[in-house]
Write a protein that binds this ligand. Structure first.
Ligand code: GLY
Ligand code: MN
Ligand code: MN
Length: 438
């Protein structure tokens, strides 16, 4: 559980960075599924990170220069007739106490109350978000303040994105956040281990999905962190295959990319295994190659190492392996530089993981310099190889022998950067060849 004190610390940290500016964060929009039916509400991650508040139609204002109200919230007011339809609201009075705001107003008073927190700010910090109405409201206020600036002599001269500040903050996880992530990982690990036993020829991909997601929900997760990918046979060559409607056949590989979201923190795991218990020789060769690349890439996860070293390590091993198999030919440096391996490996080797599956976090500082890894960052390491029936080599590269076609493999773990190196949080799901052949 993340305590109010931690949310307050985060706000203080942000306020230190914005000086005489005012930062604004808006809740996520309510997403429509169809007609007047809505998806479950999913809060905006930055807004949630700073407030822990999980309702729509809310705005958080951080004004470190304001004499009394440094943290202000606008929320939906209590309204029983509306709550009967769309759920309980915290309301103005309870929000003040529960969320530690200096002032709380009904969202209906935003236009009236917001200017007092912007007038003396030298800058507005705001990241144009998914909610166009909020974007419009903020721009409208800014325009108004610019108009009245000459008479007042103060006011924000620019709007600056909050993204760089939030990315720097969110990319390093606190002890409480890591606890949530370990919980998401533990549930996801159990779900993967269960379906590895459950999968067999004749079952449908959606049966596997149902088992996974049943365990997620049964164990208190909100649900899948992203649409579960259950891809058998050649479907494994489609990176975001989500139809999950095919019957699994003897001899197929099954690629499962699934993880749950627990208190908004996510796990993201991929395993690929032979559903009938034995790899074909070609499947095994490619699997061992991806595993070798993944283990070597994970070994690069330690504080101080540049982020790209993980990807570069995986690519070099995959390319060398593909050359040994006659699937690539030529000079290894040139193949890597010109990305001639891309028909087989078209994505990067991982991403930050946290409140978002593709989490906030900096990858590059300027054009050349990669971010160096820091203790308590969490990232995925997920190399793969995909040789579909339609895969074409780049010009000048060897023809693809049919024996390799229809094979897609990815192995994905969630890795914590520790002081001395790393911890594979998802190590509880097997991945060695002999463990997958059962
Ligand atoms: N499942 C999404 C990803 O692996 O990035
Ligand atoms: Mn991933
Ligand atoms: Mn994944």
């Amino acid at each position: 559980m993340i305590l109010q004190t931690e949310y307050r610390q985060r706000r203080e940290q942000l306020m230190m960075k914005i000086g005489n500016g005012t930062a604004l964060f808006c809740s996520a929009p309510v997403a429509v599924m169809h007609n007047d039916v809505e998806y479950n509400f999913r809060q905006d991650s930055d807004f949630f990170y700073l407030t822990g508040f999980n309702e729509p139609e809310a705005v958080a204002v951080l004004a470190p220069h304001h004499p009394e109200h440094r943290f202000v919230l606008f929320v939906q007011p209590k309204d029983w007739e509306k709550e009967v339809w769309s759920g309980y609201r915290t309301g103005v009075d309870a929000a003040k106490e529960k969320l530690g705001a200096d002032a709380v107003y009904p969202i209906t008073e935003l236009d009236e109350k917001l200017p007092q927190y912007l007038e003396k700010a030298n800058r507005i910090y705001y990241h144009l978000g998914r909610d166009r109405n909020f974007n419009h409201t903020i721009l409208k206020h800014w325009q108004q303040l610019m108009r009245t600036y000459p008479k007042r002599g103060t006011g924000p001269m620019a709007i600056e994105s909050t993204n760089p500040i939030m990315q720097a903050m969110r990319q390093v996880k606190s002890a409480a956040e890591l606890e949530m992530m370990r919980k998401a990982v533990a549930i996801s690990v159990d779900a993967h281990n269960h379906v590895m036993q459950f999968a067999k020829p004749g079952r449908y991909e959606y049966e596997i999905q149902a088992e996974l997601e049943h365990i997620f929900r049964l164990r208190g997760a909100l649900g899948p962190a992203y649409p579960s990918i259950v891809a058998s046979g050649a479907n494994s060559c489609i990176l975001h295959y989500v139809e999950n409607n095919q019957q699994m056949q003897e001899g197929d590989l099954l690629l499962i990319d699934a993880g749950c979201t627990y208190e908004y923190y996510n796990a993201d795991i991929t395993r690929t295994f032979p559903i009938s218990g034995k790899f074909t020789p070609e499947q095994k060769i490619l699997y061992e190659l991806v595993l070798k690349a993944q283990l070597a890439a994970i070994a690069q996860v330690k504080p101080g190492n540049p982020y790209n070293q993980i990807h570069d390590t995986a690519v070099r091993i995959l390319v060398q392996g593909l050359m040994d198999l006659g699937l690539l030919a030529g000079d290894i440096e040139e193949i890597i530089k010109e990305e001639k391996y891309k028909p087989f490996y078209m994505h990067r080797t991982g991403h930050w993981l946290g409140l978002d599956v593709h989490d906030a976090g900096i990858y590059k500082c300027g054009e050349q310099a990669w971010q160096t890894l820091q203790t308590n960052q969490v990232l995925t390491v997920e190399p793969g190889l995909y040789i579909g029936f339609e895969t074409k080599p780049v010009e000048g590269q060897p023809e693809i022998n049919d024996r390799w076609r229809g094979i897609g493999i990815r192995i994905e773990d969630d890795v914590l950067v520790t002081e001395s190196g790393h911890e594979v949080l998802t190590a509880g799901v097997p991945k060695l060849v002999e463990e997958m052949e059962q």
